[in-house]
Design a protein around this ligand. Structure first.
Ligand SMILES: Cc1cc2nc3c(=O)[nH]c(=O)nc-3n(C[C@H](O)[C@H](O)[C@H](O)COP(=O)(O)OP(=O)(O)OC[C@H]3O[C@@H](n4cnc5c(N)ncnc54)[C@H](O)[C@@H]3O)c2cc1C
Length: 560
C-alpha cells in the first residue's frame, strides 16, 4: 500500500488512513489544501502501512498532531488501528471517519481509544464539516508542549555501563542527543517502534530513524557522521591523540601546508574536553568549557584541511626506512614522513573491591559532565585532590544536594590551584574530607554505599552513596611504544635534551645532530603535551608544544 509522506520532516504531521484509494486521496487533498503549508499530510491505505509509517516517524523524531482513520477497513478496523497508533503517538488527536450506519461503533470507540471526534462521511463542504474539527484538534494539540526530536536518541538504562559510555561518547564528540530511560513510557514506545525487546541496551536511534542495538563506538561514529577511515595511505604528518596538544599540532600542521591526519582513540578533546570550565587558558577571561574549546579547535583543524579520525586506536609504531608507520587495532595502518605523539594521560583505575563492578553504574572516571543532570538533588562523592576534581565539585554542586571531596592528603592546598580552593570554600554544599580513601564499594545493580578509611587513624566508616566520581593520578598509556621510543620508568616519553645521558646521544640514534627539543629517540617522531616526560600538564603548554612540534617537523623535513 502506498504511503505518501511528502515535504519537510520538521512540521507536525496529519495522518489519514482509508482503504478506499479514492476516499483516501480526497481526504488528503482537502487536508493539504488547508494545512499543507504548516503540516505534513501523510496518507496510507491500510492500518498496517499507516502503523509502519508511524513507527518510522517515531524513530526519526517527527511530530504527529492528528490521525484520521476510516472505521470500516479490512484486516484492521479504524478503532483497532487507532488503539495501536496510540501506543506510538499517545498525544496525537484521534478522529474516526464513519458512515451513518457506524455511528454506534464510533460512540463506543470514544471509550476504547479516547476518541476526540468522529466525522461522518461525506464531509462536504470541508469548510463546514472537516476544517472546524481539525482546527480545534490542532489548537488542542498545540496547547500542550510538543517539540520535535530530530537529533540522535538514546534509549538506555540508568544503571547500564554501556548506556553511560555511549552518552559520554556522543557528548564528547559534540553530537546532540536526547536520552530516554528504557523503563519510562516514551522509552518503551521508542523501543517498540524499533522492534527492540529492551534486553540489549542502549538502542541508539540516528536522526534518519535507523535503530542501532548496543552499537560499538566505531559504528556509532560512522552513523553520526564522524570520519573513521583515512583518505590516503601516506601523509606528511600523523598526529596521534586528539587532546589540546594533538589538535594544536593538527591546526598548525595543516595550516602550514602539511598533509596532516589526526588519529584519536575515542573523541577529540582529550582530558580538556572533560573539563567543565578551564579558567586559566589565555584569552578566555571568563573561562571556557572543554567542549567549546574542543569544538572550535576541531573546526579550525578541519578548516585548514586536517583529516580528523575518531575511534581509531593506534597500537603500533614502526620505522620503515624514511617512513614512519602507524598501525591501528584492526590491523590496518598508514605511513608518514613524521609523527607527533600527543597521547596524553588517562585516569588510573582505583583498585578497591567492588569499584570495577560498579563502573558505569554509579562509579565514573572523570565524565562528570554527562551524569550531572542525573545527580540532581543527590549526594555526590568525588575522589581526587587536583584541579580536575575541584572543577567537577564546583560544577556538580550546582544541582547536587551535597558534594563531598575525598582526598588522601592532609589538605587540598598542595594539589589544587588557589582560585579553585577559594571557590570550593565559598560553596556551602561542598565539603572536603581530608586523610580519607575509598577502600570498598557496595551495591547490587548500582552503587549503594562506600567504605571509607581515615588514613591518619585507620578508622573505617560506611556511608550511603549512589554517585562516585574519580579523578585520580594520571598515567600515560604508552606500552605500545615499548622498545620503539625511550620512555621513563612511569611510561612518559622522553624527548630532546632529556635523552642525552652524560652528553651522549640516545641509544640507536644514527644522525650526526642531537635530537631536536621535542624529538623522541626516533628521528622524525616527536612528542607533545602530557605524554612527554616532565611536561607541565596544562592546556596552554600542551597546545604550545603541539605548535612547536610542527615547527620542528618542518626543520626535520627540510634536512632529510
Ligand atoms: C577534568 C579536567 C580538568 C582540567 N582542567 C584544566 C584547567 O583548568 N587548566 C589547565 O591548564 N589544564 C587542565 N587540565 C589538564 C589538561 O586538560 C591537560 O594537561 C591537557 O588536556 C593535556 O593535553 P594532551 O593533548 O597532552 O593530552 P590529553 O588531553 O590527555 O589527550 C590525549 C588524547 O590522546 C588520545 N589517545 C591516547 N592514546 C591513544 C592511542 N594509542 N591512539 C589514539 N588516540 C590516543 C586520548 O584518547 C586523548 O583524547 C584538566 C584536566 C582534566 C581531566
Amino acid at each position: 500500500m502506498p504511503v505518501t509522506a511528502p515535504e519537510s520532516a520538521d512540521r507536525a504531521a496529519i495522518i489519514t488512513v482509508d482503504d478506499d484509494p479514492g476516499v483516501s486521496r480526497a481526504v488528503a487533498r482537502d487536508l493539504r489544501r488547508r494545512y499543507g503549508e504548516q503540516h505534513r499530510i501523510v496518507r496510507a491505505e491500510s492500518g498496517d502501512s499507516a502503523l509502519d509509517a508511524l513507527r518510522e516517524m517515531k524513530l526519526r523524531g517527527d511530530l504527529v498532531a492528528v490521525i484520521l482513520a476510516d472505521y470500516r477497513m479490512p484486516q484492521m478496523n479504524g478503532i483497532e488501528f487507532l488503539e495501536r497508533a496510540m501506543d506510538i503517538y499517545p498525544s496525537a488527536r484521534r478522529v474516526l471517519l464513519t458512515a451513518y450506519a457506524d455511528t454506534g461503533a464510533a460512540i463506543d470507540a470514544i471509550n476504547v481509544v479516547d476518541l476526540d471526534h468522529y466525522l461522518l462521511k461525506p464531509w462536504d463542504p470541508p469548510e463546514e464539516k472537516l476544517y472546524p474539527v481539525v482546527d480545534g484538534l490542532l489548537d488542542a494539540w498545540m496547547a500542550t508542549d510538543h517539540r520535535a526530536v530530530p537529533e540522535t536518541k538514546i534509549v538506555g538504562h540508568r544503571w547500564s555501563a554501556r548506556s553511560s559510555e555511549v552518552r559520554e561518547f556522543l557528548a564528547r564528540n559534540q553530537v546532540p542527543y536526547r536520552w530516554y530511560a528504557s523503563d519510562e513510557p516514551e522509552g518503551e514506545r521508542l523501543l517498540a517502534a524499533a522492534g527492540a525487546d529492551g534486553l540489549r541496551l542502549p538502542v541508539v536511534i540516528t536522526p534518519d530513524g535507523e535503530a542501532l542495538v548496543e552499537p560499538a563506538d566505531a559504528e556509532l561514529a560512522t552513523k553520526v557522521g564522524l570520519a573513521t577511515t583515512p583518505s590516503k595511505d601516506f601523509y606528511d604528518l600523523i598526529v596521534i591523540g586528539g587532546g589540546p596538544a594533538g589538535l594544536g599540532a593538527a591546526v598548525y600542521g595543516a595550516s602550514e601546508g602539511l598533509r596532516t591526519v589526526l588519529v584519536e582513540r575515542t573523541a577529540t578533546g582529550g582530558q580538556a574536553g572533560q573539563s567543565s570550565r578551564i579558567e586559566n587558558y589565555l584569552g578566555f577571561p571568563d573561562g571556557v568549557s572543554g567542549a567549546q574549546l574542543t569544538d572550535r579547535a576541531r573546526r579550525q583543524a578541519a578548516k585548514f584541511g586536517a583529516e580528523v579520525l575518531t575511534t581509531r586506536d593506534v597500537v603500533g609504531l614502526e620505522v620503515n626506512g624514511s617512513a614512519r608507520s602507524v598501525r591501528f587495532s584492526d590491523g590496518t595502518g598508514i605511513d608518514a614522513h613524521t609523527v607527533i605523539l600527543a597521547t596524553g594521560v588517562s585516569y588510573r583505575q582505583l583498585a578497591a573491591p567492588g569499584l570495577d563492578d560498579m563502573t558505569g553504574r554509579g562509579v565514573y572516571y572523570g565524565s562528570a559532565l554527562t551524569e550531572a543532570a542525573a545527580c540532581m538533588s543527590q549526594d555526590v562523592y568525588i575522589v581526587g585532590g587536583a584541579n580536575s576534581a575541584g572543577q567537577a565539585a564546583v560544577y556538580l554542586s550546582r544541582g547536587a544536594r551535597s558534594v563531598t571531596i575525598l582526598v588522601r592528603g592532609a589538605s587540598l592546598q598542595r594539589s589544587m590551584s588557589y582560585y579553585l580552593v577559594q571557590q570550593i570554600e565559598d560553596i556551602p554544599n561542598i565539603s572536603v574530607r581530608t586523610c580519607t580513601e575509598v577502600i570498598e564499594a557496595h551495591g547490587d545493580d548500582h552503587l549503594e554505599s562506600l567504605t571509607l578509611r581515615n588514613t591518619a587513624n585507620g578508622e573505617t566508616e560506611t556511608v550511603s552513596a549512589q554517585w562516585l566520581f574519580l579523578f585520580i593520578g594520571a598515567a600515560p598509556l604508552t606500552d605500545w611504544l615499548s622498545g620503539v621510543v625511550e620512555r621513563d620508568d612511569r611510561g612518559f616519553v622522553v624527548a630532546g635534551p632529556d635523552l642525552a645521558i652524560e652528553g651522549q646521544k640516545p641509544r640507536g640514534w644514527t644522525l650526526d645532530r642531537p635530537p631536536y627539543h621535542l624529538e623522541t629517540s626516533v628521528p622524525g617522531v616527536f612528542v607533545a603535551g602530557d605524554a612527554r616526560a616532565e611536561s607541565a600538564k596544562r592546556v596552554a603548554s600542551a597546545v604550545g608544544e603541539g605548535a612547536m612540534a610542527v615547527m620542528l617537523v618542518h626543520r626535520y623535513l627540510e634536512k632529510t
